[in-house]
Ligand binder design. Structure first.
Ligand code: HEC
Length: 243
């Protein structure tokens, strides 16, 4: 015998479970924090040093792009969804979201990133932060979690390599969205093969230079610097080797 109500519940359950799987998990301790809407998405009001000190982790260059790529995703902590009241696409949002002084392990945002339990962020299917990314964030917090930026002097384009230039650039600015089970646009940039494919079809250069006919990348983030774009161009002109 057919049970009518049973038949109608099944598709609803399926849709619900799919929705649950793809939505960001809740973290009860972060509930109730409402971040005022900040449309700048950058570090307005911060300090800019005239040179980049290699021992300093700068918010604008190194930290914000990681949050934009791994946390401020559509349906998660972006301007529209701001899950748990958290917007992680600007300095003010990141600080009020759970940075505690200059102590990484007391900072909620860092703790959920290093956690391997239920509260781990970003949740699947977004890729977890890499150990390099975690140590960058930890160092930035230890240095006072400042709203700092610096001006890169010149652009060193000697010896441009995949391992030393392209891969780190992608890890910071792109990989959060372009890895894991459901990478943005179906494009996985966690592997050399994935990067090589967009280098060869012109979409790597087109999207970061924001040429017409290409989707603007990094999505929702600040445009890469001229130096970063030039570096990518040089590597592509070499034939995009895995060097
Ligand atoms: C916040 C998430 C996010 C970040 C960060 C991001 N992307 Fe994307 N990217 C996407 C999504 C989503 C799509 C698919 C867009 C669509 O189809 O509308 C996409 C599409 C693309 C495409 C295809 C573009 C086209 O015109 O077809 C390329 C190439 C790309 N991304 C490269 C990059 C690179 C390189 C970076 C880093 C510099 C980056 N993305 C950063 C989410 C992101």
């Amino acid at each position: 015998m057919k049970n009518k109500s049973g038949n109608s519940i099944l598709p609803a359950l399926l849709i619900f479970s799919l929705f649950y799987f793809y939505s960001c998990k809740h973290d009860p301790e972060l509930s109730g924090i409402i971040i005022p809407v900040d449309t700048t998405g950058n570090n307005n009001g911060g300090t800019t040093e005239s040179t980049c000190n290699k021992d300093t982790v700068y918010f604008v260059q190194a930290v914000l792009p990681m949050f934009q790529s791994s946390c401020a995703l559509s349906g998660c902590h972006d301007a529209i969804t701001h899950k748990e009241g958290l917007r992680l696409d600007s300095y003010s949002g990141i600080i009020s979201g759970g940075i505690n002084g200059s102590n990484p392990t007391n900072s909620k945002i860092y703790r959920v990133m290093v956690s391997s339990g239920e509260e781990q962020m970003p949740p699947s299917p977004v890729a977890s932060m890499t150990s390099t990314q975690l140590s960058t964030i930890s160092k930035w917090i230890s240095q006072g979690a400042k709203n700092n930026s610096c001006i890169e002097s010149g652009c060193d384009t000697t010896n441009v390599k995949y391992s030393t230039h392209i891969k780190p650039l992608i890890q910071t600015n792109c990989q959060g969205c372009h890895s894991g089970a459901t990478p943005g646009g179906g494009i996985n940039l966690a592997t050399y093969a994935g990067v090589k494919a967009i280098a060869d079809n012109g979409k790597f250069f087109g999207s970061i230079s924001q040429l017409s006919g290409y989707k603007t990348m990094p999505q929702n983030g600040n445009k890469l610097t001229d130096c970063q774009i030039t570096t990518v161009k040089i590597w592509i002109n070499q034939g995009s080797p895995e060097n």
